[in-house]
Design a protein around this ligand. Sequence first.
Ligand code: K7E
Ligand code: CUA
Length: 764
Amino acid sequence: MKFRHMFALFVLVTVSLSIFTSGTVMAQSTLQKVMEERGLTEKDVLAAAKTYVPTGGRDDYVVFSSGGQSGHLIVYGIPSMRILKYVAVFTPEPWQGYGFDDESKAILAQGRIMGKDITYGDTHHPAISETDGDYDGRYLFINDKANPRIGVIDLHDFETKQIVANPFFRSAHGGCFVTPNTEYVMEASQYAAPYSHDFVPLEKFNDEYRGGLTYWKFNRETGRIEAENSFTFEMPPYSQDLSDAGKGPSYGWGFNNSFCSERYVGGIGRGRPPFEAGCSSKDTDFLHITNWKKAEELVAAGKVTKVNGAYLITMEQAIQEELMYLVPEPKSPHGCDVTPDGKFIIVSGKLDSHAWVYSYEKIMQAIADKNFEGYDPYGLPIIALHDALERSVNVGLGPLHTQFDSEDGVCYTSIYVDSQITKWNYRTGKILDTIPIHYNVGHLMTMEGDSKTPDGKYLVALNKLSIDRFNPVGPLHPQNHQLIDIRGSQMQLLYDMPLPLGEPHYAVAIRADKLHPVINYRTGWNSRNDERSPHRSRAGRERTVRNGNRVDIYGTLIRSHINPEIIEVTEGDVVSIHLTNLERAQDEVHGFAMYGQNIQLSIEPGKTASATFTADKAGIYPYYCTEFCSALHLEMQGYLLVQPKGYKAAEIQIEDGTKYTKEDYEAQVATNIATQDVINQVVGFITSHNYQDFATVVALVEDATDQLGFADEVKAKSEAAAAEGDYQNAMLWANQWWQYQVKTADLGLRAKTFLEQNGAVKIK
Ligand code: K7E
Ligand code: CUA
């Protein structure tokens, strides 16, 4: 190395070191000041640093939380706890156009109960699809407890694609839990009811009311549940509660607990002690163990008959074919969690302080030996508790749910009554740590914590009460999700996140790099059923088709106009407006709202969405784009003219509010030529770099090329009008030409900035 170079290096190192040192001192003194001013301790600052994601940064995990009775799914990031999205599932949500466009109305209609629209859901348990026991990030399922339904969400675009309603149940709590290859989605009923829709008096509860467990068949290729290939286990009228699927050695089996095996029917009004008294009087309830693998074979062999149009494995058949067993569970249990190795099932005694660890091996041994302590009133064999139990561990008062750590044997149980999380080891029964929770934790969740290979790292406590945690907002408090660091031997509370939607029950977290959502659709896409829309349109192909009193409008959207801008129909017409977003650029969504018709669409790049309504009253109905998509977004507007029957158009022309001259036209053209220079410079920069190596830039360039093509078309119109001396239209088209240029330049500059910030290299 030459001396000159060494010297230069020395100067560089010295200078950068001194900058670094003085920078640190400065940051420290400022940090100190902020800590003093805000009354923060070192522990607070450490917690903040552990959760803070700098601007433009991404989270390591993405959480899908139940939205409780909002019927939505909530998506947020960890460790930042920033909310990313609400996904509408059972409930209309106007921002996403869900329940407003015809396509999503068809999805919601799949969830009708006895022909009635149900526009909410009590969501409890989301489940991510699994491959070989690990989250694969492809699909997500969530249940509705109140109306026994399941929503299927495709994670390639975070949209709800399907809703299935249970053919037997009147409520369902123990779902969604998936088998290790997402062969099935488990859904257990909760409140026993007759399988028919007929009236059956409560006096016949024991004989005609039933619980059950449905294994919904999932087709990974189509991404849909196949109701016709799904089957249900008929179960006694106990209140089946949570479920989980076996894995590893216990693959092929399912587990679900229950409460109220007393089969008690309350009736305060009838002078009877309430449900809560009669449902907790016995010392034990039952863990149900079902062999879905064998049941699947019976279905395939044609040995299972259909009831209500769906396969039903009666208790009689389950006993005969040795498909279902019971094991006592102490004290109104809750939680039913299979350990990552598939060897144990952990159930909590909600009214007690123990978690009960059942051994799969012992259960199988008892089954093999036909070692039963008796039979329940329906003839189901009961395995004695001491023959199935590995150990019980005193974890705290009111234990509910258990999740797992990356460290073998380590797990965490939510303790409702004591408001704490207990960290313990299910192999040794040792308690390792506890941490107080604010307040009354329900579910808890660790990263990928119910998969075969949990990631550990963070834990979220989903609390039932938030009481004094946040600024008061009236009697209905926000929910509180508390983020806890579990990387050390002691748990550390990092963050309280208020969630202002529903009472979320369960949540699942997946590594962010396992998700690969799209940024746009193929042009003309019906995103609700993931097929090409028959109602799509292309630029220049916009049209209106009339058929009697049915009017179909096939339109397009692109910055910054809706085509058509004027729609004429007659009073009484049934009108369908089908709109295709022609954009390909990321985040260029257009909305579509219209006065007085309850229409609000969200049309993402490439999507086609439709709105159908009856134009029953003559009048003027403005419509416009509801997403601020460009500088001329406010001008993205139009009029629906609903003309009275027999209306004859007046013999008058639209008179422009402003008149233009030759000078106006020439000034505009001069501006356009100057703008073209800017565009050429940007294009020069882009094409002299390796822009084709950047997918984002390629998309921007495609979009810009489109816009420039449109500019050329209207430039020709402008010049033709000028040649005829029609400077009014020449000026208006010249202005439109400029509008397209502005959009081209905007896209080009975004592409240029991207290249500069992402290390593009000059190639010519
Ligand atoms: Cu415990 Cu529905 Cu899972 Cu609520 S359930 S907490
Ligand atoms: Cu499109 Cu605003």
